[in-house]
Design a protein around this ligand. Structure first.
Ligand SMILES: [Zn+2]
Length: 406
């Protein structure tokens, strides 16, 4: 259903962080920092954790958000990531997208894509292992978002919905595109099993912080309450793009922002340049696009990231979901040429936080054409790194975590 009047979100605990109250309630870890740490470190942490005028100047994917120069590092205690945290798991689904957001009291899935059945099995296996580790969540995903109706974003939707308890489903209302079979199946399944559903269009987004309701934001943790907003949705009318751009399902992608105190993630689906420009213009005044982690649009495609978007987001870390360059068959990163060199260079230049390890990777100069690149800043990709988890706490301390052996 698409409720005319959205259901009210459950009452919030005091100290809700964003957008109404910028300062989250201190966690045990941040309290400890403020009682025991040298002022210089507290200053570095405060600077790193979200002052929009002061981007992080250094980093390294340790638990320290903004460490001092290397020669002083040994004398400084590392900032610890609070156990009260959000973890975004970028699941390796090959040339496709699926990210699981893990909160202290819930879970949210943004896209359930997969390149093929093997990737679907991998997605489901990852979620099985996750819920085995978090039995307190009772195999419940509070909300499943599908950014748009392409198979690389919803091929695994049926498998996920049949295996796990889905609390709500949010999509752009489109039943066309390469993922239409899965989208129709899910619409029917949600109706039959009474899963609350939002099919969102731009006409519902009136706030300068985007749209939210009890389906979009169904996670209400007692200590730090996450804030989930949809910043862009389906366009019922062409906002002035070329006809081909308007008919392109990529440009109808949901844009989702998830905040946990001062840690935030921005998902732009597969938006391409005209829709990105419209998005940036829409939130220029409110600054609502500013996020600590940018989930790189359109798998690192040449048309999925712009300088204007990066200027608005100002991420500390970027992460891409795409396949490996050495699989030479159709529908792969190799066939599409993802990620494109220009985008990787733009990200590598815009982000100042160093990578946890400098890596020689392959980037695309065009479709089916790759060459080496040495990536030095905090830009990660499932096709380079395998599954990547980015954890952050309410104070904005970020940490990149890899699977054992990753
Ligand atoms: Zn895609």
């Amino acid at each position: 259903m698409s409720p005319a009047k959205p259901p009210a979100k459950p009452p919030r605990a005091p100290g809700r962080a964003e957008p109404s109250t910028p300062k989250p309630a201190p966690t045990a870890a941040t309290k400890a920092i403020h009682t025991a740490w040298p002022l210089a470190v507290i200053g570095a942490l405060a600077m790193a954790s979200g002052n929009p005028l002061t981007p992080t100047t250094a980093g390294g994917d340790t638990t320290l958000a903004s460490p001092p120069p290397a020669r002083e590092a040994a004398a400084m205690p590392a900032a610890t990531l609070s156990s009260d945290r959000v973890s975004a798991h970028f699941i390796d689904v090959d040339q496709a997208s699926s990210a699981l957001l893990e909160f202290p009291c819930g879970a949210v899935l943004i896209d359930a894509g997969a390149r093929d059945q093997t990737s679907v099995d991998h997605l489901v296996g990852y979620l099985d292992a996750f819920f085995a580790r978090r039995p307190d969540l009772h195999r419940r995903i509070n909300t499943v978002f599908v950014t748009h109706t392409h198979v690389d974003h919803n091929r695994g939707l049926e498998a996920v919905a049949e295996r796990f308890d889905i609390g709500g489903y949010v999509y752009n209302g489109h039943l066309t595109g390469s993922g239409r079979v899965g989208a129709k199946w899910m619409a029917d399944h949600a109706r039959q099993t009474k899963i609350p559903t939002d099919s969102l269009s731009e006409s519902q987004i009136s706030s300068s912080q985007g749209y939210t309701d009890g389906v979009v934001d169904a996670v209400a943790c007692p200590r730090v309450d996450p804030t989930i907003n949809v910043l862009s949705a389906a366009y019922p009318e062409n906002p002035g793009w070329d006809e081909g751009e308007y008919d392109n399902e990529n440009n109808q992608s949901l844009v989702v922002r998830v905040a946990y105190g001062k840690t935030s993630f921005l998902f732009t689906g597969d938006l391409e340049e005209p829709a990105i420009d419209t998005l940036v213009e829409k939130y220029r005044a409110s600054g609502a696009l500013r996020s600590s982690v940018y989930v790189v649009g359109h798998h690192g495609s040449a048309n999925g990231t712009t300088r204007g978007l990066l200027d608005a987001v100002r991420p500390d870390i970027a992460v891409m979901s795409m396949g490996r360059p050495d699989v030479h068959v159709p529908w792969t990163a190799w066939a599409y040429g993802h990620p494109r060199r220009d985008v990787v260079e733009l990200l590598d230049q815009s982000i100042t936080r160093p990578r946890d390890r400098i890596e020689d990777v392959q980037v695309a100069d065009g479709v089916k054409r790759f060459s080496p690149y040495t990536i030095r800043h905090a830009v990660y990709a499932t096709g380079w790194d395998g599954p990547i988890t980015i954890a952050g706490d309410a104070s904005g301390v970020l940490k990149v975590e890899r699977e054992p052996g990753g």
